[in-house]
Design a protein around this ligand. Structure first.
Ligand code: NAD
Length: 253
């Protein structure tokens, strides 16, 4: 029960990976601050996970005031922030670069890059002051390579790795660790959007082909991603900071 009474903020907590991570932390009796666009979706997660001690905060991570608000609300209720899973993200509208509008590009940058930056900026202030804490950001396999139709997504996910390394360097002296995970496809609604773009006539075919390319012959389960997040957040990872972790079933081996 390493996480008993630890205060954990999870953004994107109503989504596939966020919810499973909340489930694993809750099993160890952590105190959870769940953040997502839609507060009622978070209340459903809390009731599905039978949470007792939690905060459900509706916030758009691309809005700095709303980020300050979820950090403040957590600090007010629990007095500290031990772990931050900076995970909310969007794949945006898939299109080749030549067909991508500036507006569509900006939407992805605002959520994936600025949202992660605002989260780091305001949570780090709290963690640096308390001189402890661990942060895990969510990048992607597409933070390490490109993807057709995914220019903004790939660019922002590369950017999250840069933010992570800088945050780790700026925080090490305060006893705060910052790492980043790079999952390939995970069984969540987000991959359906990519499958539809790749093969609009048959998403099943797209899935089969994608799964075949992965040495372990399947996508990741959200729980497998959550297990890595818990490891990196734990004392077992006490010497790990500024590192990026591929979790991809051997895809880029
Ligand atoms: N599913 C995959 O295959 C995959 C692979 C690699 C990385 N990722 C990354 O994992 C993270 C979690 O995604 P997921 O797979 O659970 O997908 P998901 O779509 O199930 O969850 C994403 C969550 O983020 C929330 N969100 C989106 N924009 C937001 C905003 N502006 N403010 C607050 N919340 C917002 C959504 O409402 C949703 O609940 C994302 O950063 C995603 O890019 C996913």
């Amino acid at each position: 029960m390493e996480f008993a009474d630890k205060v954990v903020i999870i953004t994107g907590a109503a989504g596939g990976i966020g919810k499973e991570t909340a489930r694993l932390f809750a099993k160890q009796e952590a105190k959870l601050a769940l953040v997502d666009l839609d507060q009622s979706a978070l209340e459903s997660v809390a009731s599905e996970l039978e949470l007792e001690d939690y905060l459900a905060i509706g916030a758009d991570v691309s809005n700095e005031n709303q980020v300050m608000n979820y950090v403040q609300a957590t600090k007010e209720k629990y007095g500290r922030i031990d772990i931050f899973f900076n995970n909310a993200g969007t794949v945006g509208k898939l299109a080749r670069m030549t067909d991508t509008t500036a507006e569509d590009f900006d939407k992805v940058v605002n959520v994936n890059l600025k949202g992660v930056f605002y989260g780091l900026k305001h949570v780090l202030k709290v963690m640096q002051e308390q001189k402890s804490g661990s942060i895990v950001n969510t990048s992607s396999g597409l933070g390490l390579h490109g993807g057709i139709g995914l220019a903004a997504y790939s660019a922002t996910k590369h950017g999250i790795i840069g933010l992570t390394k800088t945050a780790a360097l700026e925080s090490a002296g305060f006893g705060v660790r910052v790492n980043v995970i790079c999952p390939s496809a995970v069984y969540t609604p987000m991959v359906n959007i990519i499958e539809e773009f790749r093969s609009p006539e048959s998403t099943e075919k797209a899935r089969e082909q994608s799964e075949q390319r992965i040495p372990l012959k399947r996508y990741a389960r959200p729980q497998e991603i959550a297990e890595l997040v818990l490891f990196l957040s734990s004392e077992k990872a006490s010497f790990i900071t500024g590192s990026e972790y591929k979790i991809d079933g051997g895809l880029r081996a």
